[in-house]
Design a protein. Structure first.
Length: 198
């Protein structure tokens, strides 16, 4: 069974896209985040497997992610790594044979990216979606790998490199590189998204 996990936040001004908000304001940054989440949700509609949306805090009522047969859960753990590990282990406990976890702020994500990630897991135990900032926007696994989620430089430019070095003996597949929307420069690179703040 294949599980796609999504990490997201409630779209509350001052709690999302805080780096972007420093340049365009909290209201505009929240609107951008809502657009990113809406795009991610559209991509998920092309996915035929199981979906679980993990919220950083208690999900709001009547939120964007409500959908028949989709799970909505609150993230558990102290830091991002622990929260990711617990979400992935939860999916495997449900009987998953493949798990991919993505964020909710990638404007260029396509259904093809998701499909390619799951196909790659047929031949590789780990799949990465590399981000241009040195992190990653997707991780795919065929079994839990707790080594990948502890004492790593989260939000630092060498995150992916150090994560891959944790399991050098395993064949690791890389998807195409993409960029999260975290700064004004990131936003300007996508005029179709940039206009939503005006």
């Amino acid at each position: 069974m294949e599980w796609l996990l999504v990490f997201c936040k409630n779209p509350i001004a001052g709690q999302v896209k805080t780096r972007l908000a420093k340049t365009i304001g909290e209201t505009a940054a929240t609107a951008v985040y809502e657009q990113l989440c809406s795009h991610t949700r559209r991509v998920l509609h092309f996915w035929g497997g199981a979906v679980a949306v993990f919220h950083a805090s208690r999900p709001l009522k009547n939120n964007l992610w409500e959908q028949d047969h989709w799970y909505q859960k609150e993230q558990q753990g102290q830091g991002l790594g622990e929260r990711m590990q617990q979400a992935i282990e939860w999916a495997f406990a449900q009987g998953a044979t493949k798990v991919c976890l993505i964020g909710s702020d990638l404007w260029t994500l396509t259904p093809t990216d998701i499909q390619e990630a799951f196909r790659a897991l047929d031949d590789h135990p780990i799949v990465w979606g590399p981000a241009t900032d040195g992190g990653y926007y997707l991780i795919g696994l065929t079994e839990p790998q707790p080594e990948l989620f502890h004492t790593l430089p989260w939000s630092q430019p060498d995150l992916l490199k150090k994560s891959q070095a944790r399991l050098p003996q395993l064949s690791q597949f890389r998807l195409r590189e993409q960029n999260d929307i975290d700064t004004l420069e990131d936003l300007k690179a996508h005029p179709d998204l940039y206009k939503t703040r005006n």
